[in-house]
Write a protein that binds this ligand. Structure first.
Ligand code: ZN
Length: 415
């Protein structure tokens, strides 16, 4: 295939996860009698520009349907994260009632609401109908569309220009990364700032976070590659922050290359130096990733079989995308993980794609008293352990599979 950024032929494999249904294609009871659509899930790296990317196979319309069930506001950790973002950006950029904050992939509007309550005008762009409707219920104005250069030009023609564009946890999700980033440059006012948050490739490779790979994630970015992609599309990186979210993310600050006047912070070079030291632009770095992922998979399957043989029921916590990658790659089915609980009422009563494990409300933990809870979204493990400590009442314990299998009894809060 051709590289999504530079167009060179891409052939160096990073990992082959077999095939899987789209991570958010949850199944209703009646769907269980019908076949599911599975797509190949392979990741390659371009040796010309070093963009790590999923192999092309299908259009995004298959992945982001109107009933796409992800809602940002479900996680308390995430709510605190976006409020801190609004609290930091408002004084940093001097945002006022005369400014405009635009969020791309605004989801249910939880981030924009944090600016709105500070008196700053906001506008959201969100392609999924369900999330857009929830954002409108918060009183937010939403353009229901995918974002790219064409929409940006239309918005500019309508007199819209942004002082701040928040494109947080969306850059990795766009199939046409050049069209998306050039649209950002188009929509910014001359001295406007765009921020991009994405899971840091350095952690994906270093911590073997292969479960963060799924079809909706087209790109896996380092700072060096993000800077290269942005520069080719009219944007200059001038600062970066490292965040604990999603197992280690970057927040990259960019301005227009033609009109931006901010000086480049030293920490941009510092992060790129660490990426160079880790060999992110060297083919050998990618060659043993599959072996390490396979070891994690094998350890999990052996553990689950052992639990079943010893008569312990295993439940999972968190019907999230990264769990689906892990469960489907490991071939786990309801015989090994009886059910999964999730706080999102939209997912409850449905089944995980591929593994077809039933999704129940959290109170199923109390009624069914599983011996082990496998925490799938390890990035919010601390929050889950605090909220589920009552499994200690019946000797329950927690398990994490990534970056290595780890067991600990309820009450131990070392995560
Ligand atoms: Zn390339």
């Amino acid at each position: 295939m051709r590289c999504r950024h530079c167009g060179a032929e891409v052939s160096l494999p990073v990992i082959d996860l077999g095939s899987a249904p789209p991570s958010n294609a949850y199944l209703k009871a009646e769907d269980l009698n019908a076949p599911e659509v599975w797509f190949p899930l392979r990741v390659l790296v371009c040796e010309a520009c070093w963009l790590v990317q999923t192999e092309d196979f299908a259009g995004r319309e298959d992945l982001f349907s109107a009933d796409y069930a992800y809602l940002s506001s479900i996680s308390a950790t995430w709510r605190a994260h976006v409020d801190a973002y609004a609290g930091a950006m408002t004084p940093k950029l001097g945002l006022t009632a005369d400014s405009l904050v635009v969020e791309i992939a605004a989801n249910d509007g939880i981030l924009l609401e944090c600016f709105q309550k500070r008196g700053i005008p906001v506008l959201g762009v969100e392609p999924t109908g369900f999330a857009a409707a929830r954002a409108r219920e918060r009183g937010l104005q939403i353009i229901e569309s995918f974002f790219g250069r064409c929409l940006a030009a239309q918005m500019r023609a309508d007199g819209i220009g942004a002082d701040l564009i928040a494109a947080n946890n969306v850059l990795a999700h766009v199939p046409d990364i050049n069209d998306f980033t050039s649209g950002i440059a188009e929509l910014l006012k001359p001295d406007g700032v765009a921020t991009f948050e994405f899971p840091h490739l350095l952690n994906l490779i270093g911590e073997t976070q292969f479960d963060t790979i799924y079809h909706e994630h087209f790109s896996y970015l380092s700072l060096a590659v993000a800077e290269r992609v942005l520069a080719a599309n009219g944007l200059q990186v001038f600062d970066v922050e490292e965040l604990p979210t999603h197992g280690g993310s970057l927040r990259v600050f960019a301005q227009r290359r033609d009109t931006g006047k901010r000086t480049v912070a030293d920490r941009v070079e510092a992060v790129k130096a660490r990426e160079r030291d880790a060999g992110l632009e060297h083919p050998d770095t990618y060659r043993n990733f599959q072996v390490r992922a396979d070891r994690i998979k094998d350890d999990l399957v052996a553990f689950l079989i052992g639990e079943r043989r010893s008569g312990r029921t295993v439940a999972a916590y968190g019907a999230a995308a990264k769990g689906n990658t892990l469960l489907n790659y490991a071939g786990v089915r309801p015989d090994l993980v009886s059910f999964v609980v999730d706080r999102n009422p939209l997912k409850q009563g449905q089944f995980l794609p591929g593994s077809r494990i039933p999704i129940l409300a959290e109170d199923a933990i109390v009624t069914r008293k599983p011996g082990t809870i496998l925490i799938l979204p390890w990035n919010i493990a601390g929050e889950i352990i605090r909220n589920t400590s009552h499994i200690a009442d019946w000797g329950g314990r927690f398990a994490l599979a990534v970056p290595e299998l780890k067991l600990f009894p309820a009450g131990e809060r070392s995560v």
